[in-house]
Design a protein around this ligand. Structure first.
Ligand SMILES: [Zn+2]
Length: 254
């Protein structure tokens, strides 16, 4: 039975660890130390590493993990990650036989040039592209690319569990409530997220159904979100890419 647990790293990163009773794969190990500690404590054998993008807080621990054990390292083929053994892109499948699980690779550029997501077992590992009630900054791509990438993820089934790279949920909800103040789904998510954080627990995963209902960056066609974007810009726009770009810029400045 596959279990997915977070290993915490740095201030707010999660290194998602897929595990059985004996084997484990990790997604985005920015730091090797907490992963090594977890694997040793749980007596697990590392069998694969998956990377979503090249930022050091996602791949900085890969080399350290490989010192102990050579395992396949999957990651975006068009990003500078020297430790990759299996470069992947849209249409590829990553099969981890030891965990009896397969993931489809999705290209989701925007945060970085060739960011990928892994989708399988009703779960989505989306790095810094989609966050709970938010999205990543557009560093290397364009707003058009980021919007298309988010739309691609939003088209996955409602029950898909969203495992993103950071615990940003409460801050994201604070901003989302400015954009979409009367959204009841958002208010419900805030109540749950506060309770979880007060108990010292992760707010993740959320589901894609919840994100579609509450995440303003997936709701750029909703009148309330369009109105807020227009108020921010002092203009009248309705094109979803421009709405997306406006609220992304607004969040960067807030
Ligand atoms: Zn990043």
């Amino acid at each position: 039975m596959l279990e997915i647990v977070p290993v915490k790293a740095f201030k707010d990163n999660y290194i998602w660890t897929l595990r059985s009773a004996t084997d484990a794969a990790v997604v985005d190990p920015g730091d090797a130390a907490p992963v090594k500690e977890y694997l040793a404590r749980e007596k697990l054998r590392l069998v694969a590493i998956l990377a979503t993008h090249h930022h050091p807080d996602h791949v900085g621990g890969v080399a350290g993990l490989l010192e102990e054990r050579r395992v396949p390292v999957y990651g975006p083929k068009d990003e500078p990650i020297p430790t990759l053994t299996h470069p992947v892109s849209e249409g590829d499948t990553v099969r981890i036989a030891e965990l009896a699980v397969s993931f489809k690779v999705l290209d989701i550029p925007g945060h970085t040039r060739a960011h990928v997501a892994y989708y399988g077992a009703d779960s989505l590992f989306c790095g810094d592209t989609l966050f709970a009630c938010g999205c990543g900054r557009v560093f290397e791509g364009t707003p058009e690319q980021m919007y298309a990438s988010l739309a691609k993820l939003a088209a996955l089934p409602d029950q898909t569990k969203v495992y993103c790279g950071h615990e940003y949920t409460l801050a994201n909800i604070g901003f989302a409530r400015k954009v979409d103040p009367d959204n009841a789904a958002l208010a419900a998510l805030e109540t749950r997220a506060r309770r979880l954080r007060e108990a010292g627990r992760p707010t993740l995963p959320t589901t894609l159904g919840e994100e579609r209902a509450a995440n303003p960056f997936l709701r750029c066609l909703e009148p309330a979100v369009i109105d807020s974007a227009n108020k921010y810009l002092g203009a009248r726009i309705a094109d979803p890419v421009r709405v997306f770009a406006a609220i992304r810029e607004w969040k960067n400045r807030s």
